[in-house]
Design a binder for this molecule. Structure first.
Ligand code: PRX
Length: 585
């Protein structure tokens, strides 16, 4: 098989929504894409209405919307009508307690039905939904809920006890905590969600949201400072819907499985909104990764479109293609991957295991939806992220004098990946951080922070991040947040955090620590620091390794040079060290 190109034959893409890329890109209009949706009277738009009520109005209430598979393999089915009724109950639960349009409702849940009900009920009530990653420790949760001015939270009793209760009093805005999986005696100042839902009516009139009203708040990390709350509005649903058709090739009969965690944006844009607006059936598995279980789900649920991530694909590769061949995966017609670089070997392996390739695609929390993809009807070039969606103008830019950027059109020249702003799911702000938001836009481009190249056929190739942000198992981790947690320990004078390559997770977090006077490096202290970080940050964010250093390399202005830590760790050239403090050289 050719490594540089997996050729598609017409029988590979019979009936695909996107046929003839150039023509489709030329004739595409966002106005037309908006016309596929209902809207609300008076020019309004609401994501939950488009995801559910539109189907009920059209008589599709009996269609299966969601099949939930519990850890113990038991199942719960929700038709669009049943999901709609549950969503209405949740919206009533919020409204009855005075939670209104614009109020922030956070969730800290695994993949359980309440998550989907809460997300859509919040949107239907005109409130803003903000999902948190359940593997976060108390520190990242507290930081995000403070920035987001959380008014309500839905979580399990166990998470609440461990991750919220210890600091709840510090967040005055948090008035309502709804608990799932409650024990018999309810904790003070909390509400039993199941009981509240049981008492709430199952009719609710969608709050009249405008297209530009805030709908979703998704946190992401930068190199410095606190997490950033990317603000998305109801109009984003136009992009969620159409990118589902074009990039994931949704058809009404599809059975779709998105394995993303609901705490990150993929879990909302493509784990809830896009499949439902497209009227497909979603499979949701509560359990964590397990190769056999996954293949069994693909087979038994007759999954047709599967959206997963490189770390999971590499874990499947580890157990071998033979296992895949023991299952009947003949219904699977499109496999997509997102979130981190998908190595060419993984694409080639997928052809061996499944008889078809994974289709890599690229986007970010800020872009709200898929921007670049390998389309079903196009040849796949293993290692490439594909081509821009119709309606998306991408480019490779270089920084020039005066703070401007200009496009580089030469094929395979490396520069920063940039997009022309204006698509519906583009973030509208970083909450309360005007300056950080503005910095993303230069010379009419939105700068992504990723380095990439474009080849002569318009396929984009990921090179790396232009900043120090770490991607581990698909999760974006800000080094500053990890450094801050380490610095809270009494022994730590300075901390520098980097990502180091690891074959399965892509990168893992490593910390370098300089100790305060009076503390000596030891294995016991190293373990204590690892435990401290894990307890504060949670296992997904905490460093996997810590190394002691006498001093950390810093610029003359005192900034830790993570780039240099990384070059030294990996034995790479140190590059320009003219700003390094002299005693460090
Ligand atoms: O660096 C890119 C990487 O993930 C970043 C976005 O992460 P996040 O905001 O968490 O978005 C999650 C939704 C996908 C990007 O800036 N990334 C994403 N997709 C790819 C990727 N890196 C390489 N290849 C991809 N396909």
């Amino acid at each position: 098989m050719e490594w540089d190109r997996i050729r598609k034959r017409p029988e590979d893409y019979v009936g695909a929504n996107l046929l003839g890329y150039d023509e489709c890109a030329k004739t595409f209009s966002w106005t037309q894409a908006r016309g596929l949706l209902d809207g609300l009277p008076g020019g309004g738009l609401n994501i939950a209405h488009e995801a559910i009520d539109r189907h009920l109005k059209a008589g599709r209430g009996n269609k299966l919307a969601l099949r939930w598979i519990a850890r113990d393999d038991s199942k719960r089915d929700f038709t669009y009508a049943a999901l709609g009724a549950a969503v209405n109950r949740f919206a009533n639960v919020l409204a009855q307690r005075g939670i209104r349009k614009g109020d922030r409702v956070f969730s800290l849940l695994g993949r359980v039905p309440e998550l989907y009900i809460a997300a859509l009920g919040t949107l239907k009530n005109g409130s803003v939904f903000s999902p948190l990653f359940s593997a976060f420790g108390p520190e990242p949760i507290k930081a995000r809920m403070m920035i987001g001015d959380a008014r309500a939270l839905i979580t399990t009793e166990a998470f609440y006890r461990r991750k919220i209760e210890p600091w709840r009093k510090e967040l005055a805005s948090l008035k309502h905590v709804f608990l799932t999986e409650c024990s018999s005696s309810l904790l003070p100042d909390t509400i039993d969600l199941a009981a509240a839902l049981a008492q709430a009516p199952d009719l609710f009139e969608t709050v009249r949201t405008a297209p530009e009203d805030m709908a979703l708040l998704h946190f992401t990390s930068g190199t410095t400072g606190k997490p950033k709350g990317a603000v998305h509005v109801h109009e984003a649903v136009v992009a969620h819907n159409i990118t589902g058709k074009l990039a994931l090739d949704f058809h009404p009969d599809d059975i779709f499985w998105c394995t993303a965690d609901p705490g990150w944006i993929t879990g909302t844009s493509y784990g809830i909104i896009s499949p439902l607006t497209n009227g497909v059936t979603m499979i949701i598995d509560q359990a964590e990764f397990d190769a056999e279980r996954w293949y069994r789900i693909l087979q038994d649920q007759k999954v047709t479109v599967w959206y997963t991530a490189p770390t999971a694909i590499r874990m499947l590769m580890k157990v071998g293609a033979d296992i895949a061949k023991r299952f009947d995966l003949s219904k699977l017609r499109l496999m997509s991957s997102v979130g981190e670089p998908l190595n060419p070997e993984a694409v080639v392996w997928s052809v061996e295991a499944f008889g078809k390739p994974f289709h890599d695609n690229w986007w970010q929390t800020e872009t709200g939806g898929i921007m670049i993809t390998n389309f079903l009807s196009m040849d796949v070039k293993p290692g490439s992220m594909g081509r821009p969606l119709p309606g998306i103008a991408a480019g490779i830019v270089e920084h020039i004098e005066g703070g401007d950027v200009r496009e580089i059109t030469k094929p395979m020249a490396m520069g920063e990946l940039a997009l022309r702003p204006g698509w519906p799911s583009m973030m509208r702000a970083y909450l309360n951080e005007e300056q950080r938001y503005r910095k993303c836009f230069v010379s009419g481009w939105y700068l992504t922070g990723d380095l990439a190249m474009r080849d002569s056929e318009g396929y984009y190739w990921f090179v790396g991040r232009s900043d120090d942000v770490i991607k581990s198992a698909g999760h974006l981790i800000g080094p500053f947040e990890v450094e801050s947690a380490l610095m809270e320990h009494k022994a730590v004078a300075e901390a520098g955090v980097i990502g180091i390559p690891e074959p399965t997770a892509g990168e893992v977090v490593k910390a370098y620590v300089a100790l305060k006077d009076g503390f000596e490096p030891s294995e016991a202290l190293r373990k204590e620091l690892l435990g401290h970080a894990r307890q504060r940050l949670g296992p997904a964010v905490a460093p996997k390794d810590i190394a002691f250093r006498q001093n950390l390399p810093k610029t003359r202005s005192g900034k830790i040079m993570r780039r240099l830590l990384k070059a030294r760790e990996l034995g790479l050239p140190e590059g320009d060290i003219s700003t390094l403090e002299s005693e460090e050289r």
